[in-house]
Design a protein around this ligand. Structure first.
Ligand SMILES: Nc1ncnc2c1ncn2[C@@H]1O[C@H](COP(=O)(O)OP(=O)(O)OP(=O)(O)O)[C@@H](O)[C@H]1O
Ligand SMILES: [Mg+2]
Length: 312
């Protein structure tokens, strides 16, 4: 079985700037895969190359075994991309837009499936509305619908929930999870790391055009273990001996977050606070989550070929 998406040593240069610096990733059929990274990391550039919208400077990409350059049509048929940017022809209605997209894929009688997509994205009531009359969140739903009209086995969503309200977010994930259960491969980029942690089985982190982490989500979150102790103190300031554990800035209400690598460190930490004369006014414990891991990885200087990347 070919990989859903096989990215081999892809480099992308814009003038003298190199946005992708040798990215290799193999996403298997049936995966729910997360592609994460800060603004400008190269996620959209990579997706454009996968979608055949942008040529890689070097390297190659296959979608379901089809090379995106030499076998463009078949690669494109296998792929549905929800783009990050909202672009539409404002004069068409939602249904016309979806029929037109179907036409690009040579599908003429696609209304049953279009109706099902509209229903699942709660867009039925806007089927005959002009694109320009839709709110931003509704336009984004149409983008999702457009990516699905040809029932592609591989679906790539570039920040599908940016600017989307809670209800649609839940509707959308419900639908995407169903497509995943039905066997579709899902690739997601998002800045909502909670979403990625909940949904993605495996995650790649991109930083300045390079893959700096690649692992199962559970392994990534488990890699650093431990958690955070958030305390608001009175009586005495935090003793200097604990300063190294502080993570981030103090909160407006005076709370300080202290990192512990495992929960065995909690008891001695509390003892040191007591010995220093600190009184604990409030305390919360939180397990390390994907956001902590992301921040930690992004703050680690890049070391080429020592990314800690490991296979699934
Ligand atoms: N057409 C272009 N011409 C020149 N530079 C570009 C072009 N497209 C992207 N870039 C640059 O390439 C880098 C990667 O951009 P890209 O859009 O891929 O990032 P991203 O990871 O998708 O970020 P975001 O989270 O903000 O969407 C950025 O520095 C960006 O300015
Ligand atoms: Mg982007």
């Amino acid at each position: 079985m070919p990989a859903a998406i096989d990215i081999d040593s892809v480099r992308k240069r814009y003038g003298s700037f190199e946005a992708l610096r040798g990215v290799s990733l193999r996403i298997e059929a049936g995966e729910f895969f997360g592609l994460l990274g800060p603004n400008g990391a190269g996620k959209t550039s990579l997706i454009s190359v996968v979608a055949g919208l942008n040529r890689a400077t070097s390297g190659s990409v296959r979608v379901m075994g089809h090379d995106v350059v030499t076998d463009y049509r078949q690669a494109r048929q296998a792929l549905g991309v929800v783009p990050q940017e909202l672009v539409f022809d404002p004069f068409f209605t939602v249904r016309e837009t979806l029929r037109l997209t179907s036409g690009y894929y040579g599908l003429r009688h696609n209304d049953d499936w279009i109706d099902e997509i509209l229903e699942n994205l709660q867009l039925t009531f806007k089927a005959n509305a002009n694109m320009r009359s839709l709110s931003g969140g509704m336009k984004r739903r149409v983008l999702v619908a457009q990516a699905l009209v040809h029932r592609p086995p591989v679906i790539v969503l570039d920040e599908p929930t940016a600017g989307v309200d809670v209800e649609l977010r839940q509707t959308l994930w419900h639908f995407i999870k169903r497509l995943h259960r039905d066997g579709h491969t899902i690739v997601l980029t998002t800045h909502y790391l909670e979403e990625a942690q909940e949904l993605c089985g495996r995650i790649a982190m991109l930083k300045a055009g390079e893959v700096v982490a690649l692992d199962r989500t559970a392994n990534l979150v488990g890699r650093f273990g431990g958690g955070q102790v958030s305390v608001r103190l009175s009586g005495a300031p935090l003793p200097d001996s604990l300063a190294a554990l502080v993570s981030g800035d103090a909160q407006p209400d005076g709370r300080i977050a202290l990192r512990v690598d495992d929960w065995q460190q909690l008891e001695p930490l509390l003892a040191r606070l007591r010995e220093a004369g600190c009184r604990i006014e409030e305390m919360d414990l939180a397990h390390t989550d994907l956001e902590d891991v992301f921040v930690k990885i992004m703050n680690t200087p890049n070391t080429p070929n020592a990314s800690g990347a490991s296979a699934s």
